[in-house]
Design a protein around this ligand. Structure first.
Ligand code: G6P
Length: 614
């Protein structure tokens, strides 16, 4: 939530900042702003409600001088999205500018205290309190910017990644983090900073991930220095990025979401590469092998996640229980952290997160660690906070996901969870070798099976025009595909703003059936499996009440084709692999309906891709 960028070097800062903001727009797009220290030592600050392109229009023909600056794209928490609440925020004197990602929980108390000292506030944000506080400390203590920042951060309760500039120290950027991500890029005589590495990758592959309670002192012509909030010098661990610029572009597709849907044959190939042998059935996950004793002795597994990752977690529960007979619970990270959960050192907590930055998931991990559990991460973003906070884990390796609606990350997560279930089963000897070999064979074939499934695109696009303007949708599925129904409904509602509900098919008769009429289409996920006959009767119950049915069925299934209004035929795969295949048509259906409705599928309203606030 909220993206921040900073630059200090020899190039014009504005272009670098704007390009960086575009890359970070997935984090929020309620407003955007930039501040540069101009060549005359003045502050050029521009901010506006709306997207980064609105900011660019606003900046047209303005003084964009300066090769040091900070910038921000906002996902509003405190105060409505308007020009005044947009970042950067200025101090009382107008000499300090600050951008912030996170929330200052005690901002009200700090604000009252500062108001009593004569500070005047312009915005409704928690962030303005921080910049005013820094200036107040700087003036009262007659100290440097870095000392003032350090002192101010000691007063603050909450989460932050910040960058501050000061016209009195025009060759310095101070940045700090606690619970919100911040990456520093080290170039030749220039330094970059950003909420993730994507704005940096065009200029350097050398990065430093700032840790909690660290403050970076970035001065022109000097090497990077990092201290802690306790004023101790911190180690600088320079890492090499494995990210390419082409991964961050649309590559000829109209939207990132469609590009990411179409990338799935490759991303799943990358995800299983080196983990499934070319022949035979051995699954090799180093994170499991290195901690085999933990998996051998685990009494219980608790999966924590949010959003789409939570849906993957529900599939993971089924997979792991089935393969290993270890009881698995799945919790929303946001509920888990406040539920006084019973966690023991015999438990394994699996945290699933695409971004690796979700605040609730991170907090759930801390809690699980305090209670002595072994924490295993399933993340996409390499070097992310969650990847670093967990004891071990498996990356899904699907590359940067930029569309706000998760697609390739979901299929990557499910694929890793299938492999994880098999890898644990190997250690615990709970699954016959032949069965593992069979599933491994399907995992190897998944990229081709996805490719075949993507051929459904034209049919689904046509179907989407029939349902573009409906107001509600129901998604039903059973077993492994009950979570697929939840995920299909989530995809549709988040990008098309059509209300959609996912339900276990057999539960329909306990409530949702009351909604069925001609106006309510139902997507029924009905591949041929042991509950096939049951789901056919669910379809009949809908048809008997005048509802229309789009059924996702196994190729060649004629029984459902006779009763459903439309069928989408997917390849025949075993149940445990089917959620990966099923999700492809559901992603395409949501995408095409949203595009037909004229919605911004990559940046749906009110959403952000990386939720670093509670
Ligand atoms: C946000 C995103 C979702 C994502 C969820 C959890 O709501 O819009 O797509 O599933 O956060 O994010 P994570 O990065 O932890 O998977």
């Amino acid at each position: 939530m909220c993206g921040i960028v900073g630059y200090i070097g020899h190039r014009p800062a504005y272009e670098i900042l704007i390009k960086g903001l575009h890359r970070l727009e997935y984090r929020g797009y309620d407003s955007a702003g930039v501040a540069m220290v101009g060549d005359k030592g003045d502050l050029n600050i521009y901010k506006t409600r709306g997207k980064v392109e609105d900011l660019e229009r606003f900046c047209h023909a303005k003084d964009l001088d300066g090769n040091i600056g900070i910038a921000h794209t906002r996902w509003a928490t405190h105060g409505e999205p308007n020009d005044v609440n947009a970042h950067p925020h200025l101090s009382h004197s107008g000499k300090l500018a600050l951008v912030h990602n996170g929330t200052i929980e005690n901002y009200n108390i700090l604000k009252e205290a500062l108001e009593q000292q004569g500070c005047k506030f312009k915005s409704d944000t928690d962030t303005e309190v921080l910049v005013q506080l820094i200036e107040y400390i700087k003036t009262t203590n007659n100290c440097t910017l870095i000392e003032a920042v350090r002192e101010a951060l000691k007063e603050v309760i909450g989460a932050y990644a910040i960058a501050v500039i000061d016209t009195n120290e025009p060759d310095t950027v101070i940045a700090a983090r606690k619970s919100s991500p911040l990456v520093i890029g080290i170039g030749e005589d220039e330094t970059f900073l950003a909420s993730d590495a994507t704005p940096i990758v065009d200029y350097t592959d050398k990065v430093v991930y700032l840790n909690d309670d660290e403050i970076a002192i970035i001065r022109r012509g000097e090497p990077l220095k990092i201290i802690t909030t306790d004023n101790e010098s911190a180690e600088i661990d320079i890492q090499t990025l494995k990210l390419s610029v082409s991964q961050l572009e649309k590559g000829g597709f109209p939207h990132f979401m469609l590009k990411e849907i179409y990338e799935q044959p490759r991303t799943i190939r990358d995800c299983v590469r080196g983990r499934i042998g070319n022949s035979g059935g051995k699954v090799t996950l180093s994170g499991v092998i290195e901690h085999s004793d933990k998996f051998l002795n685990a009494k219980r597994i608790i999966i924590v996640a949010c959003g789409t990752s939570w849906h993957a977690g529900l599939i993971g529960k089924r997979l792991i229980e089935e393969a290993t007979r270890i009881p698995v619970e799945v919790a929303y990270a946001s509920e888990f952290r406040y539920s006084n959960p019973i966690v023991t050192p015999d438990d394994i907590v699996i945290a699933i997160s695409q971004s690796g930055e979700t605040a609730d998931t991170l907090a759930a991990i801390q809690l699980a660690k305090e209670k002595g559990a072994f924490v295993y991460g399933v993340c996409n973003v390499v070097g992310s906070s969650i990847a670093r906070a967990t004891d071990s884990g498996t990356y899904i390796h699907v590359g940067p996901e930029i569309g706000v609606a998760s697609t390739k990350a979901f299929t990557g997560q499910v694929t890793v969870l299938i492999m994880l279930a098999m890898a644990i089963a190997q250690i615990r000897k709970t699954m016959p070798k032949e069965e593992i070999t069979k599933v491994a064979g399907y995992l190897r074939r998944l990229p081709d099976l996805i490719k075949q499934t993507l051929k459904l695109n034209d049919k689904i696009e046509h179907l989407s025009s029939i349902y573009t303007y409906v107001h509600n949708f129901l998604y039903l599925g059973r077993g492994y595909n009950y979570p697929s129904a939840l995920e299909g409904a989530l995809k549709l509602k988040e990008i098309s703003y059509i209300h959609a509900e996912g339900y276990p098919a057999a539960e329909m008769k306990h409530g949702p059936i009351a909604l069925i009429d001609r106006e309510l289409p139902t997507v029924v996920i009905a591949p041929t499996d042991e509950l096939h006959e049951k789901i056919i009767s669910n379809i009949q119950q809908i048809k008997a009440r005048g509802g229309s049915v789009i059924a996702v069925v196994t190729k060649g299934d004629t029984s459902i084709a006779e009763i459903a209004d439309h069928t989408i035929e997917i390849p025949d795969v075993p149940e445990c692999v089917s959620p990966v295949i099923v999700s492809i048509p559901l992603q395409l259906l949501a995408y095409h309906i949203a595009v037909k409705k004229g919605c911004n599928v990559d940046m749906p309203r009110n959403l952000a891709k990386s939720v670093t606030v509670e």
